[in-house]
Design a protein around this ligand. Structure first.
Ligand code: FAE
Length: 547
């Protein structure tokens, strides 16, 4: 989870024993009440369903950041675009009147084809909090590889449906290490501003931040950072900050202040459905097929590509297999999705001329999580906005940028929680496993140690200064570090290696990569602004020269 906080002057009188008992019952209640309804009232999708035999000028695989930018800009250039998305449309309320379920009471809508939740923060007070759910094409995929679980959004909008919305432009002095073959001037003068405008990025009102109960946790985070000499920086977000103020005032339906984040926000967050995809659809030239999964892209005799697509139902079962043709195909299935497709297609001889860089250069953006146990006189608040708005920058000295994240349990936890992005140098590779017919990733859990060491440059110092300790109850029994996961998969089809310097795949004219797989493993901050800005840069060049 990328997020949490709470406020609670009223909690001063709560004894630690009473707090622990209360917490246990709260989580137990959530577990009991979170079972999925027997019948799923939620309609699968109101969008189109591509017809077998169709021919499309441009086919975009995936509807996350890269795919949405490609679709909008191609449509504005007059090109008809069809977007293929394996997840649901997420445009129809369920039986409870809500499109998305709450983080504290996950139901079938929470996870992608799982019968049990797999929460990133999966323990509390040493007790496991995962619970059974019905198998369904839910919005968050916890995809397991041998050494790491990779969390990804599934549905029209990709990661924008589930993420914290933290919209961070990296410091310019770090850019050469992120994308060494890209001219920083054009990125910082043109494409980062364009991406921030397109995404609707804004920053919390500092005066409101200083007074609202829902950011007490972040103010505690700021105080602790500054007392140890670390800069605390406000971090922009795509959440509608005016809406959040109204949530706090009690004049609108709560979303960020009601624990909604990991399994979707019902209000307030400007996901891609409300920004790039809405604009793309408004051109009248973009169609989206949800619950459709691309399984093959092969050259067609005479030019163009033949694309095989499986239509699935909400149980994940294939209901139809379709074959369409496309003049140009944009791989925007995310770092993992694009890498898996390309590695398979190369290894199985469908796209044999892809180069040997395919599948390489994958990193976890150095993600590692931890919590700190504060003193009883230093509460973080029982009301915590799920939208993080600040971070601790120790990148230059210690290789870590830590977002001060919420722990929105609805009770006072006295915990400070952090997701750190670190300069972990390890890179993994995807490869085809012919025996299982799947794509493996050779990441090892022990490769998180450099990330932990870098995060410790911040939190060891804060703990020493504050006389506090790490929480050991959030990721297992006596386990401090959330080192089993990433929210930020990057790489696998790296720019200027697997592709040319604009995402054109080596060996196949008309095939492009335009998502997080272009970025070699790390962005020094949260990645989606960089993914969006790079997509803006690349599609502009492709439209100018290839169409
Ligand atoms: P992505 O958004 O993952 O979109 C790929 C799409 O392709 C998905 O909708 C897939 O369902 C779809 N797809 C995959 N395979 C296929 C196929 N074969 N056929 C059809 N469709 C397919 O890719 N980043 C930030 O910058 N700030 C944050 O605050 C933040 N918080 C996060 C919190 C969580 C819990 C998670 C999971 C991620 C977070 N991220 C955050 C990461 C961010 O969402 C991610 O980097 C981007 O979404 C990646 O964008 P892409 O366009 O590469």
């Amino acid at each position: 989870m990328s997020d949490s906080a709470s406020a609670g002057s009223d909690s001063k009188g709560v004894s630690r024993r009473g707090f622990i008992a209360g917490t246990g019952s709260l989580l137990g209640l959530a577990a009991l009440t979170g079972r999925a309804p027997a019948a799923h009232a939620q309609a699968a999708s109101a969008t189109a369903s591509i017809a077998t035999g169709a021919h499309v000028p441009a086919l975009v695989i995936g509807t996350g950041y890269g795919g949405s930018v490609a679709a909008l800009r191609l449509a504005q250039a007059g090109v008809d675009v069809h977007m293929i998305e394996m997840g649901m449309a997420w445009d129809t309320p369920g039986a409870d009147g809500k499109i998305f379920c709450n983080t504290l009471s996950p139901d079938h809508r929470s996870y992608w084809l799982r019968t049990r939740t797999k929460a990133p923060l999966n323990y509390f007070l040493g007790y496991p909090i995962d619970k059974d759910i019905s198998r369904y094409t839910g919005v968050l995929d916890a995809e397991e590889f041998s050494g790491i679980t990779v969390y990804q959004g599934r549905g029209v909008g990709g990661g924008s449906l589930v993420n914290g919305g933290m919209a961070v432009t990296p410091k310019r002095e770090n850019f050469a290490a992120i994308l060494p073959s890209v001219n920083p001037d054009e990125m910082y003068d043109v494409y980062y501003p364009r991406a921030n405008a397109g995404l609707g990025v804004g920053t919390v009102d500092p005066a409101w931040f200083d007074s609202t109960a829902c950011y007490q946790y972040a103010r505690v985070g700021r105080k602790h950072a500054q007392r140890s000499g670390f800069p605390f920086v406000f971090v922009p977000d795509v959440y509608d900050w005016d809406y959040m103020k109204q949530e706090a005032a009690g004049t609108v339906t709560k979303s960020a202040l009601d624990g909604e984040i990991l399994y979707g926000n019902n209000h307030g967050k400007k996901s891609l459905q409300k920004t790039y995809i809405a604009q793309a659809k408004a051109t009248g030239k973009v169609t989206v097929s949800a619950l459709h999964k691309v399984t093959s892209v092969a050259p067609t005799a005479g030019g163009g590509y033949t694309v095989v697509i499986e239509q699935i139902d909400t149980s994940g079962a294939t209901t139809a297999t379709k074959t369409v043709t496309a003049d140009k195909v944009f791989f925007a299935a995310g770092s993992v999705g694009t890498s898996k497709l390309l590695v398979k297609l190369k290894a199985t001889g469908v796209l044999p001329d892809l180069n040997d860089e395919i599948g390489k250069g994958w990193g976890d953006n150095g993600n590692v999580m931890c919590g700190r146990a504060n003193h009883l006189w230093d509460p973080t608040g029982k009301l915590q906005s799920t939208i993080p708005c600040g971070g601790i920058d120790n990148w230059a000295a210690g290789g870590a940028f830590a977002e001060v994240a919420p722990l929105p349990t609805g009770i006072e936890t006295y915990a400070s929680f952090y997701l750190s992005i670190t300069n972990n140098p390890h890179r993994a590779q995807f490869s085809w496993n012919a025996a299982t017919g799947t794509v493996d990733l050779n990441w090892q859990t022990s490769w998180k140690q450099p990330a932990i060491d870098m995060a410790k440059t911040i939190f060891d110092k804060i703990n020493a200064k504050e006389g506090t300790i790490y929480r050991t109850d959030l990721f297992g029994v006596y386990k401090i570090w959330g080192d089993h996961l990433t929210y930020h998969p990057l790489g696998g089809a790296v720019l200027n290696k697997a592709t040319d310097n604009y995402g054109r795949l080596a060996g196949y004219p008309g095939l492009y990569v335009i998502d997080g797989s272009l970025i070699p493993g790390n962005t020094t901050v949260n990645p989606f602004v960089t993914i969006t800005a790079l997509a803006e840069r690349n599609i502009e060049k492709i439209i100018a020269t290839d169409l």
